[in-house]
Design a protein around this ligand. Structure first.
Ligand code: IPE
Ligand code: IPE
Ligand code: MG
Length: 247
């Protein structure tokens, strides 16, 4: 059951980092330069999240659908991810940030998988700040993977469908040890979800920012948190019920 009380500060913020390509094109630059600027902003927002003591930050970095982009762009994105992991692994250890990844890792290049695994292992003992990268992620793929894993457990006699409830099923999702997002932000003025955390966001608040991702800096992020603090989350109850619970 989600907690039915207004939260002034989200525990888990998830961001659809959109608009790198348009940011670059508007400046007469190549799309890849937008992605480079996007990586710089990832560093800023990870720092901002830590400063604001946000415990969980999840960043949508590459979707299952993004493989369909031109090969040169996909290769450049993989290269940037590789560089990010090389430069940020030590930083995460120093700042005590635990790294997780959600998505089908098997399809990523081996050198990237190795770096990811090393950083995941080296930061697994931290619990205060949690950074999750959604890589080769898609909600529908995640749900299918969960159903397949669950069906295998039934076949082995370890699960009984009659006993299945949401809490149990959610353990088969990639997000098994993460709380549901409280706030989902999408940048670049697009108002869609693009296959991101569909089930986990069932009761999340959404915030759409006009800035393209490279321009969505610490101040814009603070604005999003301020907007969240003014929302009343009702989880199906009435506003009066929520107010009486929190008084
Ligand atoms: C987001 O920026 C980054 C990824 C999807 C990898 P885009 O590359 O989608 O930028 P726009 O939406 O084309 O401007
Ligand atoms: C969503 O952005 C995926 C990421 C931010 C990684 P897209 O740019 O791929 O989404 P659509 O295609 O505009 O819906
Ligand atoms: Mg986009």
């Amino acid at each position: 059951m989600p907690e039915a009380k207004p939260e002034s500060h989200p525990r888990h913020v998830a961001i659809i980092m959109d608009g790198n390509g348009r940011w670059a094109q508007r400046r007469g630059l190549a799309r890849i330069e937008g992605h480079e600027a996007g990586v710089e902003n990832v560093k800023r927002i990870v720092e901002a999240a830590r400063e604001q003591d946000l415990r969980y930050l999840t960043l949508y970095a590459f979707s299952v659908e993004n493989w369909k982009r031109p090969t040169t762009e996909v290769n450049a994105l993989m290269q940037l991810l590789d560089q990010f992991l090389s430069s940020q692994s030590e930083e995460m250890i120093q700042k005590e940030i635990r790294l997780r990844v959600i998505g089908q890792l098997g399809k990523l290049p081996g050198r990237i998988r190795n770096k990811i695994q090393k950083t995941i292992d080296a930061t697994a003992h931290f619990d205060r700040w949690n950074l999750t990268l959604a890589l080769n992620y898609g909600s529908r793929t995640e749900i299918l993977d969960a159903v397949k894993a669950y069906a295998q457990e039934i076949a082995k006699g370890r699960e009984k469908p009659r006993q299945l409830d949401w809490e149990q099923f959610s353990q088969y999702l990639y997000t098994t040890d993460l709380p549901d997002p409280d706030l989902v932000i999408r940048t670049s003025g697009e108002h869609r979800v693009s296959n991101f955390l569909l089930l986990q966001s069932a009761y999340a608040e959404y915030y759409f920012a006009d800035e393209c991702w490279p321009d969505f800096g610490k101040e814009a992020f603070a604005e999003a948190l301020k907007a969240y603090a003014c929302r009343q989350r009702r989880f199906g109850l009435t506003g009066e019920q929520i107010l009486s619970q929190s008084s």
